[in-house]
Design a binder for this molecule. Structure first.
Ligand code: DC
Length: 221
């Protein structure tokens, strides 16, 4: 690890690639902390929705962001002290979060919070812009990908396991929509950092991905 690098592993990549599960497992393997930045954008979207705050009303948005009290404890996320871990995973929030996460002011406030959290300790952080914007000095940057079909297939199995009857084409269409929105937005679009290593996990198991990242990190310390 060079002198200016932070003890921080950044895992970026598209929706449905398994970043959160991977990042949590890598953190557990190393005894590091884990930060889910997607959950922060989701909680912000939920807060906006509940208070009917419009993104195009700057004063209302500012007031909401000033009172946005987010906290992650372990794998749970709290909004003003309320555990919203399940509430942020609904289809509705998944739809609402796209415009919220594309808003420059929302990003400014959340990126600032993420930097304050990551300042101390050793972190595995997953998101879309961790290696390119939030923690450019991370000691290890991974750009985790998988084909849209492989990601849609995993998502399909997850939904089935939850007792739902998903339609594969719908799942794939939704993933493609999110990919496009994340990678074409004006502020902090999803892209691979120049110093990130890309890992295509289409043909890999979760265990293999976790071990690959841990080995890469240990080899480059
Ligand atoms: O990873 P996820 O699906 O929980 O992310 C939720 C949304 O937040 C998704 O639309 C992408 C966005 N996001 C972002 O723009 N930047 C991040 N660092 C993390 C997530």
């Amino acid at each position: 690890m060079n002198a200016s690098a932070l003890p921080l592993i950044a895992i970026d990549g598209p929706s449905g690639v398994g970043k959160s599960t991977t990042a949590r497992r890598v953190a557990a393997r190393l005894g590091w902390e884990y930060l889910d930045t997607g959950a922060m954008y989701r909680a912000a979207a939920l807060a906006l929705h509940r208070s009917s705050t419009q993104l195009d009303d700057p004063e209302a948005l500012e007031a909401l962001l000033a009172g946005l009290d987010l906290e992650q404890r372990g794998t749970r996320i709290y909004l003003r002290g309320e555990d919203v871990s399940e509430a942020i995973r609904t289809q509705e929030v998944t739809r609402l979060v796209t415009p919220v996460s594309a808003n420059a002011r929302v990003r400014e406030v959340l990126v600032d919070q993420q930097r304050r959290i990551g300042q101390r300790g050793q972190w595995v952080v997953d998101g879309r812009d961790i290696g390119t914007v939030v923690f450019t000095q991370a000691c290890c940057k991974v750009f985790l990908t998988a084909s849209p079909e492989a990601r849609a297939h995993r998502r399909f199995l997850e939904l089935e396991a939850k007792g739902q009857s998903p339609d594969f084409e719908d799942v794939l269409t939704d993933l493609n929509r999110r990919d496009k929105a994340d990678s074409t937005r004006a502020v902090a679009p999803l892209r691979q950092a120049e110093d990130a290593v890309a890992l295509d996990s289409s043909e890999m198991s979760l265990d293999q991905v976790v071990e690959w990242i841990v080995a890469r990190h240990l080899a480059h310390r």
